[in-house]
Design a protein around this ligand. Structure first.
Ligand code: TXA
Ligand code: MG
Length: 375
């Protein structure tokens, strides 16, 4: 496994995050037109980035929490603001594929084709990094994750800031990723400088992370670009065992630092029920009865076709089971709704793991802490 940027290495290199977060900041809310973002509002946000501040912004996948990728102090403050472990690097967002040259040691030829085909869009590529990139931005790894988002607000912010923007998802570490500015505000009000509100995000799950330093390329995280679409361009693409994992993967097998951290987790405990549809419905109703008897407030995460079959305290539908794009778009907001409704248990249906469904199932399994029941 590649060496991580741990608290220990931080100490020995004598770089410590500034404790600016002990005092609450005023978080500025800037509502912008998602298609034609008002330049003055974007500049208000980019002024913060250029001064080493932190700004949340929409992308086509989820909201990102941005800092100047070339400013180590700003990136450290970013980790601090979202309480992110220092060994899990953010994705560096660029305005054009040309920006990749400065950030990388070398661009494999297959990667150029991928950028042409899928950028701007929900595909993050892992390259060998160049010496210019600060260690903290890549958490001490010798590789860097880069993507060009398909969102006018994000692209305008990068352009006006005049630097690549390091941005993990704009949630507190461990929580579901934010798909609206309100989700960001709920998690990070008082901890960041500004939020650019460009409305709800279109895709709803994060980008696909593809390692192009290996041959054939390997998917480290399934996301907004489907495996099927990547295979059409690349031919062979491998899936890291973690992508389809049904249990916790041991640390030695991780290639992407994010794999080993708890993710997407709602406050309530969550059970994911997998199997054929009718047996899933029966099993969920059985579990529902058991949990209710024990005095729990229970939520069920269902789909349009099945929602009426459950008598839970709350039933949230993700949309039609046959439309994985809608399901992906609604997933994280639904998990946050259960939190607001104060349920103590969430029982979730599985969905078909095709197209974006693979990313949805990966998030559901992680959100449940791999608490999976086979129906
Ligand atoms: O759609 C997205 O990807 C969103 C938006 C804001 O762009 N961003 C996002 O960032 O999801 P984050 O930080 O929550 O997830 C980045 C993932 C993590 O799993 C991290 O471990 C992985 O990318 N990653 C970052 N740098 C890496 C590297 N050099 N090698 C392998 N994995 C890396
Ligand atoms: Mg994240």
């Amino acid at each position: 496994m590649l060496a991580g940027f741990t608290k220990e290495t931080m100490k020995t290199r004598n770089v410590r995050p500034k404790k600016t977060w002990c005092c609450l900041k005023k978080t500025l809310l800037l509502k912008v037109n998602p298609r034609r973002p008002e330049i003055l509002k974007v500049r208000e946000a980019s002024d913060f980035i250029r001064m080493g501040g932190i700004v949340a912004f929409p992308t086509e996948t989820v909201y990102g929490l941005g800092a100047d990728a070339s400013n180590p102090t700003a990136v450290l403050a970013l980790f601090e603001a979202k309480k992110r472990p220092l060994d899990n690097p953010p994705i560096v967002h660029v305005e054009t594929p040309r920006d990749v040259i400065d950030l990388t040691a070398f661009v494999p030829s297959g990667a150029e084709e991928l950028m042409e085909e899928f950028w701007p869009g929900p595909l993050t590529l892992i390259f060998k990094k160049s010496a210019k990139v600060p260690d903290v931005t890549v958490a001490g790894l010798d590789t860097i994750a880069i993507r060009m988002p398909r969102n006018e607000v994000a692209l305008a912010l990068i352009r006006e800031s005049g630097c690549p923007i390091a941005a993990p998802s704009a949630n507190l570490a461990g929580k579901p990723s934010p798909t609206t500015a309100k989700h960001v505000f709920d998690d990070l009000d008082g901890r960041i400088d500004a939020i650019l509100d460009g409305g709800p995000t279109k895709i709803g799950v994060e980008s696909t992370v593809l390692d192009v330093t290996v041959n054939p390329p390997m998917i480290l995280r399934p996301g907004g670009t489907s495996v099927e679409a990547l295979r059409r361009v690349l031919g062979e693409v491998r899936l890291h065992s973690f992508v389809t994992a049904e249990m916790e993967v041991s640390l030695g097998e991780t290639r992407s630092p994010g794999m080993k951290h708890r993710h997407y987790a709602p406050k309530a405990r969550m059970v994911l029920v997998e199997g054929s549809l009718e047996s899933v419905i029966d099993r969920i109703n059985g579990l529902l009865g058991d949990y209710k008897l024990k005095g729990n407030r229970v939520g069920v995460l269902a789909t349009d076709e099945t929602a009426a079959r459950y008598k839970a305290d709350i039933v949230e539908s993700l949309g039609s089971r046959f439309n994985t794009e809608t399901i992906a778009r609604n997933l994280f907001a639904a998990l946050r709704k259960f939190d607001e409704a104060n349920v103590s248990v969430i029982i979730a249906e599985s969905v078909p793991a095709e197209g974006l469904g693979l990313a949805v199932m990966n998030r559901l399994r992680k959100a449940s802490g791999y608490n999976i029941v086979r129906a």
